[in-house]
Design a protein around this ligand. Structure first.
Ligand code: ASP
Ligand code: MG
Length: 401
C-alpha cells in the first residue's frame, strides 16, 4: 500500500515527539507500505515567525512572509528525515518545491495548481521514505508560496491525490471526529466513518483536526482520509464517499456555532431589486451572509432576516443604516447561536427536521430562524440555550448509542 501520513504541529512539537513520529512511520514502513510523510511546523513555530516579522512592521511583504513561514515546515521535514536515518531507515526530506508542488502567485494563500510527482516517485522506487515540508509550494514565477494557515493538511491531500495513494492519514492530538463537541456532551462518540459532505457541514467539530479546504480537495480527488491520533493507537475516523450504510443512519452529528449574529429588517420596501441591493452592498464589504429569510406581508412591505458572523455585525449595521429610507425598523442581535443537525440519512428519511423542532419545543426553546439543506437542519436560537439544545438533540437522535 502507498500511504500518506500527515503530522500536525503538536505531533511534532518537540524533539522527542519527532522521534515518536519517526517510530510510527518506521512501523508503517516495516508493515510493508510505501510511506510519504507530510509535516507541519513544530507547534507555535509559525506564530513565532510571524511575531518576528511584526517586530519590524505590522504589514510585512507577502513574498518575504512566504519565504519566512515556509522555513518552519522545512525544519521539521529535515529533522524527521534525520531521525529516520539515525534509526537505519533510508529517508529523504523535500521542500514543497522539491516535491514538485506548483501553485498560483497568491502569496500567503496560494492555490495548488499542479504537482509533478516524479521526484517523490523516484525516491519511493528506491525504497526511500519521503518526508515533505507541508504548507508550501513554488509559484509559476519560481518564488516560494504558502497555502494559508493549516495548509499542510491540504499539501497531504494534494500529494495523496497526485501519487494515487491508497489512503491519507492525518495525525493530530485528537483521535477522530466526534458526534458532537465532547466538552459540551461528555457522551459524544467517535465516529467510524463519515462522508465528505457531512464532514464539511460539521466542520467546526473537525476544525482542530482537518482544514476545510483539505476536505473539499479530498472529495474532489476522491482521497480516502483518516483522522487519527499520533499519541494513541486506534482506528480514527474515515472520511470518504457516501455509501448506503451511511444513509441508514439518520443523523451523524450535531453542532453548535456560537459565532453567529442576527439582523432583522422590518417593513422593507417590497419592490424588485431591493434584496439584490442589500446583499450586494454586504458582499462588497466582504460580509458573509449565512441564513436568509424573507416573508412578504400584504401591505407592500416585507420582513427580512439574515445571519452574519458575530465579528461582522457592526459592519452589517453600518451597511444597513444606509438603507434607512427603505427600511422601517432594524434589529441587531448577537445573543443567538446556530444549532445544526447533520446526516446524509435525511435525504431518504422523513421527519428528521420535525423531530429536531419537537425536541427544542419540549424544552421550551423558541426557534427564531430555520434553514435546511439536503443533509442539514439549522436552527437559530437564544445563545443561552445552545449547549442544552445540543445535549437534548444528541440524546434524541441516540448519538450516544
Ligand atoms: N504551520 C502552518 C500553520 O501553523 C501550517 C500547518 O500547520 O498546517 O498554519
Ligand atoms: Mg492543523
Amino acid at each position: 500500500m502507498l500511504v500518506v501520513h500527515k503530522y500536525g504541529g503538536t505531533s511534532v512539537g518537540d524533539l522527542s515527539r519527532i522521534e515518536n513520529v519517526a517510530n510510527r512511520v518506521a512501523k508503517a514502513k516495516e508493515a510493508g507500505n510505501d510511506i510519504v510523510v507530510v509535516v507541519s511546523a513544530m507547534s507555535g513555530e509559525t506564530n513565532k515567525l510571524i511575531e518576528y516579522a511584526n517586530y519590524f512592521t505590522p504589514s510585512p511583504a507577502k513574498k518575504e512572509m512566504d519565504l519566512l513561514l515556509s522555513a518552519g515546515e522545512r525544519v521539521t521535514a529535515a529533522l524527521l528525515s534525520i531521525a529516520l536515518q539515525a534509526k537505519g531507515y533510508d529517508a529523504v526530506a523535500m521542500s514543497g518545491r522539491q516535491a514538485g508542488i506548483v501553485t498560483d502567485t497568491t502569496h500567503t494563500y496560494a492555490r495548488i495548481e499542479s504537482i509533478d510527482p516524479t521526484a517523490m516517485q523516484n525516491a519511493i522506487k528506491e525504497g526511500k521514505i519521503v518526508v515533505v515540508a507541508g504548507f508550501q509550494g513554488v509559484s509559476k514565477e519560481g518564488l516560494v508560496t504558502t497555502l494559508g494557515r493549516g495548509g499542510s493538511d491540504l499539501s497531504a491531500v494534494a500529494i495523496a491525490g497526485a501519487l494515487h495513494a491508497d489512503q491519507c492519514e492525518i495525525y493530530s492530538d485528537v483521535d477522530g471526529i466526534y458526534t458532537t463537541d465532547p466538552r459540551i456532551e461528555p457522551n459524544a462518540k467517535k465516529m467510524d466513518t463519515i462522508s465528505y459532505d457531512e464532514m464539511l457541514e460539521l466542520s467546526s467539530l473537525g476544525a482542530k483536526v482537518l482544514q476545510n479546504r483539505s476536505v473539499e480537495l479530498a472529495k474532489k480527488l476522491n482521497v480516502k482520509l483518516y483522522a487519527k491520533s499520533s499519541f494513541i493507537d486506534n482506528e480514527g475516523t474515515l472520511i470518504t464517499q457516501e455509501n448506503n450504510s451511511m444513509e441508514a443512519v439518520l443523523v451523524s452529528g450535531v453542532v453548535l456555532d456560537k459565532n453567529q449574529a442576527r439582523v432583522t429588517l422590518r417593513g422593507v420596501s417590497d419592490r424588485p431589486g431591493i434584496a439584490a441591493e442589500i446583499f450586494t452592498r454586504l458582499a462588497n464589504e466582504n460580509i458573509n451572509v449565512d441564513m436568509i429569510i424573507q416573508t412578504t406581508g400584504t401591505d407592500g412591505s416585507t420582513n427580512l432576516g439574515f445571519t452574519v458572523p458575530q465579528s461582522e455585525l457592526q459592519n452589517a449595521r453600518r451597511v444597513m443604516e444606509k438603507f434607512d429610507h427603505d427600511i422601517e425598523g432594524m434589529d441587531f442581535n448577537d445573543h443567538i447561536c446556530k444549532v445544526s443537525v447533520v446526516g446524509v440519512g435525511m435525504k431518504s428519511h422523513a421527519g428528521v427536521a420535525a423531530k429536531a423542532f419537537s425536541v427544542l419545543a419540549a424544552s421550551n426553546i423558541n426557534i427564531q430562524m430555520i434553514s435546511t439543506s439536503e443533509i442539514k437542519v439549522s436552527m437559530i436560537i437564544d445563545e443561552k440555550y445552545g449547549e442544552l439544545a445540543i445535549r437534548m438533540l444528541h440524546e434524541a437522535y441516540e448519538l450516544d448509542k
